[in-house]
Design a binder for this molecule. Structure first.
Ligand code: ATP
Length: 332
């Protein structure tokens, strides 16, 4: 067993740092008179654990509830039901003041750091300020740490006094990561952190995130629609469809032995560089149904090539195949 594999195995035994349990988020749709008419059922019964130095990737098409899952954990939008246990405490029951402290430890990194970096402030000041808000160190210590973090994330120290618009997209993402690191977090929720970047820059930022994870003992919830990116960085992958986590497994297991027809369809759309390997492309018919009125039974049944009568009536429960590989599908 390689050292990396041994570390992974050891991690599986350790207690999770974050446990998301039966997370549900319904967005109310209100009439012009403020009456709730209906709900967008964005996230339904999503459950997963995250341990120190581990990455769990959430994948699925646009609108399947990935961002809502990430945002709800931090209560950037309030959950409808469920729990998010962080270091033993349910975040959903915390008072605003306590939640503020947790937001220091669980940092969110967005797709477009430009919109979250104050254009009127120099990048060094932006990083220093995030430490000041959380009362970390004195001014000299904060500046020294900001300098270190910029250097560590690949930005030259002499660029400390530059403004965000003077940097490229990739550099801005590095600055956003440096700022998130400044407040000593344990968890990063990364929402499409490399989707806006060129492919060559994407891999540089992913490699940086991997190095930082080791150095700072970070756990990552990595949200992306891009399975190749998620495959590269994740230890575990959760596949979402219409608000539901339909399959969850270790990365190798998911790619070698996908079980859910939706996962199979997603994987079949990734080009394989080896032309000798043939994988049948599964093209899904129709559009993703409305999350306001999702299909009965299995939410995927309207597009599933293997649908049976039971799928239309009964919601599938998780079945475990091997080693924590979970799938919600009547075919197993
Ligand atoms: N503030 C909101 N009010 C109402 N509906 C919302 C709100 N935010 C998201 N939704 C809806 O919730 C569902 C899930 O959206 P979400 O953004 O979480 O999906 P996603 O998988 O992250 O997709 P994307 O990658 O496009 O952001 C979608 O149908 C979306 O339209």
């Amino acid at each position: 067993m390689s050292q990396q594999q041994a570390e992974k195995e050891a991690r599986k035994q350790s207690a999770p740092i974050l446990q998301v349990k039966n997370l549900k988020k319904y967005y109310p749709i209100t009439s012009p008179f403020g009456k709730t008419k209906d709900f967008v059922k964005a996230v339904e019964q999503v459950t997963f654990d995250l341990t120190e130095k581990e990455t769990i990737g959430l994948v699925g098409e646009s609108g399947c509830g990935k961002s809502t899952t990430g945002r709800t954990i931090l209560r950037l939008t309030e959950p409808t039901e469920g729990a998010a246990i962080y270091k033993g405490r349910d975040l959903f029951t915390l008072k605003p003041k306590e939640m503020k402290k947790v937001r220091k430890e669980i940092q969110m990194v967005f797709q477009d750091p430009h919109s979250s970096l104050n254009p009127k402030k120099r990048i060094g000041e932006i990083i220093e300020e995030s430490m000041k808000i959380h009362r970390i160190g004195n001014k000299a210590e904060r500046i020294e740490k900001a300098m270190y973090l910029l250097r560590r994330t690949g930005i030259r120290e002499d660029q400390y006094y530059k403004f965000p618009h003077e940097f490229s997209g990739g550099q801005r993402q590095r600055i956003g990561i440096a700022r998130a690191l400044a407040v000593n977090p344990s968890v990063f929720i990364l929402d499409e952190p490399v989707s806006a970047l060129d492919v060559s820059i994407q891999s540089q930022v992913i490699n940086l995130l991997e190095e930082l994870q080791d150095e700072f003992k970070l756990a990552y919830l990595f949200i992306s629609h891009d399975l190749s990116v998620v495959r590269h960085i994740s230890d575990q992958i959760g596949v979402m469809y219409l608000g539901h986590l339909v399959e969850k497994a270790s990365t190798d297991e998911l790619f070698e032995n996908p079980l859910h027809p939706y996962t199979k369809a997603l994987l079949s759309s990734i080009p394989i560089p080896d032309t000798r390997v043939r994988r049948e492309r599964i093209i899904l018919k129709g559009d993703v149904p409305s999350p306001i009125n999702p299909p009965s039974g299995c939410v995927f049944h309207t597009r599933c090539p293997f649908v049976i009568e039971k799928c239309k009536k009964e919601k599938p429960i998780y079945k475990e195949s091997t080693n924590g590989h979970l799938v919600a599908c009547h075919l197993y």
